[in-house]
Design a protein around this ligand. Structure first.
Ligand code: 3H9
Length: 697
């Protein structure tokens, strides 16, 4: 008998138990164990009904993703499920936790399904660039009809147990946490009532009802808008449609063909890299798993602007009381009103209730003095980027906050070590860099200072999870990981326009790559004044920062979306960028002043200059130990800047292009254009000479 799947009998119920932590994924061992246990149950003359139940925190959460890309070992999942469905004794699946992907497909191969009320079910394969490949696209629509099956399969969203009951996915929902007890009671009922085997594949009512429906065309048209650039969502629709046009066996064959196409697509590789990378970033090099974390029960935020307000919302959403400090009452009132408006808007969309709005607002208070921070466990400073101001604030916080309170800065560029040096507790100082809008964007860049203690680092990583962020630990340098790379891309994008490209052309290359917006649309969103003041500061400090047409925009008050004119223009109440002939004129004037004759710039050059400069910088970031692993950079870009997850992040993308190709082009640009940004990173050269990739590090 397998050590991960066991068979035993309780009265007239034959119980098949899966115990393969952490999530009972359908590895080869689990699949073969299930087949063996099923055979045993079939032979067991005293077993009238069989029960499939899982140990640990969840029912089967899917195929074992770690086995993808390796040769498949028999028995295959679809064949295993078929054996379950063909059983001559009824089989009950008892679901707790999450029945996902191959896990739900296995449950659909059973004849009855009972779930505890906290359980969820779903077919999230699409999020991995796949489609349900073990009958999910053929069996689910037989229970739910076309629309709901398409919704679940093309979005990958989970459905809770009560909704699953309404949809016919499960047959019963019970309260309680004892899944074995719940399963046994339900199986006993099936036995007592002499219920027959009931195969989902044989159900035809929902298939007949939706045959020839327009719903497939409707979903395809919607996906054209919502899933731009993605491969597998469209294949999901094809597979579900096959359930309506083909007999079951042929539908299964079609599903397999489409699954194989998805499996072989580069998007699958990118998305699965992103899946594991997201989980790996929580394991920080050199930070032992058992490092104690400090309790964060009360938080202070300094600054009630867009950033401070957004940061505060994260804590209120997680049920943690938060106090916001401002200098003036009207700024504080305005900030609190914006927070309320944001919550009200979310409630209008039906995502939270009015009661939740009030509950969250009741957790947020305002103050005009740091004295109210004497008992907080963490303060996050979110004032504008001035080192002098930040040092002053940290000095004051050090005096006011209790010993052990963590002092954090939301700075996006400045040195955490320099800020920490203005306190007597540098071990308690850390960077917590949120991304705008701070209540929405998933990334939290956690910047360790030279003296930050392990306990404070571990607390910050733990806190990220509590407030539903993905925390990435990075080292201290100008711009850290994300903005350091972004600034290189920004400078290159501006230079390309100096030379002859249009802002729209540059942005289109980036959106075609899969970014939700281009470099210049993003500058308009953030505010043109931000980049301008950074350049001016650097010029004041004596750095050689070349003039650009974007300085002119800032000087003329074209500050971006907030003034409805920046690199693009904007209609009242609309964020859609509209190309503006006035900007073309400003650019032409700039070129004339600088004596530049514009040349034709190809899309390929834009791609290479904007992206390879980032990869080269990413390699330097790795070399300097600012990021521990290339996957930390990938996750920073996916969750902080909308890098298309299906390309796996910039460093994974670079590995796919080929580091030799990238290095060759970087060297060429260094010769042709010069500049520190094009100096090939030593690590890039080393990897190419060894025939290795970032992913091999
Ligand atoms: C599929 O089923 C294809 C079929 O249709 C057809 C096949 C022919 N495999 O997320 P967590 C690991 S595709 C292997 O931190 P949570 C995960 O890496 C699959 N490992 O916990 C982590 O490992 P570590 C469809 C897996 O409680 C640990 O488990 N299914 C798998 O926040 C804990 O994970 C999915 O897409 C897996 N399938 O969330 C479900 N899943 O500790 C994907 C997890 O070493 N999984 N691990 O870092 C999830 O959505 C979440 O993990 C889940 C738990 C909700 C289950």
């Amino acid at each position: 008998m397998s050590d991960v799947v066991t068979y035993n009998r309780e009265g007239s119920i034959g119980v098949i138990t899966v115990n393969y932590p952490p999530v009972n994924a359908l590895s080869h061992g689990v699949r073969s164990g299930l087949v063996a246990a099923l055979e045993q149950g079939q032979k067991d003359a005293d077993a009238k009904v069989l029960l499939l139940v899982c140990e640990g925190r969840t029912f089967i959460a899917g195929a074992d993703i770690r086995e993808f890309g390796k040769p498949m070992q028999e028995p295959g999942l679809a064949a295993m499920i078929e054996q379950f469905e063909n059983s001559n004794k009824p089989i009950v699946a008892a679901i707790h936790g999450t029945a996902l992907g191959g896990g739900l497909e296995t449950a659909l191969g059973c004849h009855y399904r009972v779930a505890v009320s906290s359980a969820k079910v779903g077919l999230p394969e699409v999020k991995l660039g796949l489609l349900p490949g073990a009958g999910g696209t053929q069996r689910l629509p037989r229970l739910t009809g076309a629309r709901k099956a398409l919704e679940m399969i093309t979005t990958g969203e989970f459905v809770n147990a009560r909704d699953a009951l309404d949809l016919g996915i499960v047959d019963a929902v019970e309260d309680g946490t004892d899944i074995r007890g719940v399963g046994l009671a339900y199986a006993q009922k099936i036995a007592d009532e002499n219920k027959p085997v009931r195969r989902v594949r044989d159900l035809t009512d929902r298939i007949e009802a939706d045959k020839g429906s327009d719903v497939f065309g409707e979903f395809r048209a919607n996906l054209e808008k919502k899933a731009r650039g993605l491969f597998s969502p469209f294949k999901c629709v094809d597979a579900v449609e096959a359930a309506f046009n083909l007999p079951f066996e042929e539908g299964m064959k079609r599903e397999r063909e489409l699954f194989t196409e998805c499996m072989e697509s580069p998007q699958r590789a990118g998305l699965i890299h992103a899946f594991f990378a997201e989980r790996e970033v929580s394991k920080v090099k050199g930070l032992p798993k058992d490092t104690p974390v400090r309790e964060i029960k009360k938080v202070g935020v300094i600054g009630a602007g867009t950033m401070g307000g957004g940061i505060a919302m994260n804590f209120a959403n997680a049920g943690i009381p938060v106090t916001i400090a401002e200098v003036k009452q009207d700024a504080l009132d305005k900030g609190l009103a914006v927070i309320r408006r944001n919550y009200e808007n979310t409630a209008k969309k039906g995502r939270i209730t009015q009661a939740q709005v009030e509950e969250r607002m009741s957790l947020i208070s305002g103050t005009l003095t740091y004295d109210d921070f004497s008992d907080v466990d963490l303060v996050i400073e979110a004032v504008f980027e001035s080192m002098d101001l930040k040092k002053k604030i940290f000095g004051q916080l050090d005096q006011t906050c209790k010993p052990g309170a963590i002092l954090a800065s939301n700075t996006s560029t400045l040195s955490i070590d320099e800020i920490a040096a203005s306190t007597e507790r540098p071990q308690d100082v850390i960077g917590l860099h949120f991304f705008s809008p701070a209540n929405v964007m998933k990334l939290l860049e956690i910047v360790r200072g030279e003296k930050t203690s392990d306990e404070v680092k571990a607390t910050a990583m733990d806190l990220a999870k509590r407030i539903n962020k993905v925390g990435v630990m990075v080292g201290n340098c100008y711009g850290f990981v994300g903005n350091r790379m972004l600034h290189k891309r920004g400078a290159e994008a501006m230079a390309l326009v100096n030379e002859g490209a249009s802002p729209q052309q540059v942005d289109k290359v980036l959106t075609d790559l899969g970014f939700p917006m281009g470099q210049f649309a993003m500058s308009d969103l953030a505010g043109i004044d931000i980049g301008y003041s950074i350049r001016q500061e650097r010029r004041k400090a004596g750095e050689d920062v070349p003039a650009t047409w974007m300085d002119k925009l800032a000087e003329q008050g074209r500050l971006g979306q907030k003034t409805r004119a920046g690199v693009y223009k904007y209609e009242e109440g609309n964020r859609k960028p509209i190309p503006d002939p006035e900007v073309d004129r400003i650019i032409a004037e700039f070129r004339q002043e600088q004596g530049i004759t514009p040349r034709e710039v190809t899309d390929q050059e834009i791609l290479e200059r904007c992206m390879y400069v980032m990869v080269n910088e990413g390699a330097k970031i790795l070399e300097e130990g600012i990021a521990d692993r290339s996957l930390d950079i990938d996750i920073t870009w996916i969750y902080g800047y909308g890098f298309p997850a299906y390309r796996g992040g910039p460093m994974f993308w670079a590995d796919q292009i080929g580091l030799d190709v990238i290095l060759g082009t970087v060297e060429q640009f260094y010769d042709d254009l010069g500049g520190e940004q094009w100096k090939p990173a030593g690590l890039l050269q080393e990897l190419v000479s060894e025939g290795r990739k970032f992913g091999d590090l």
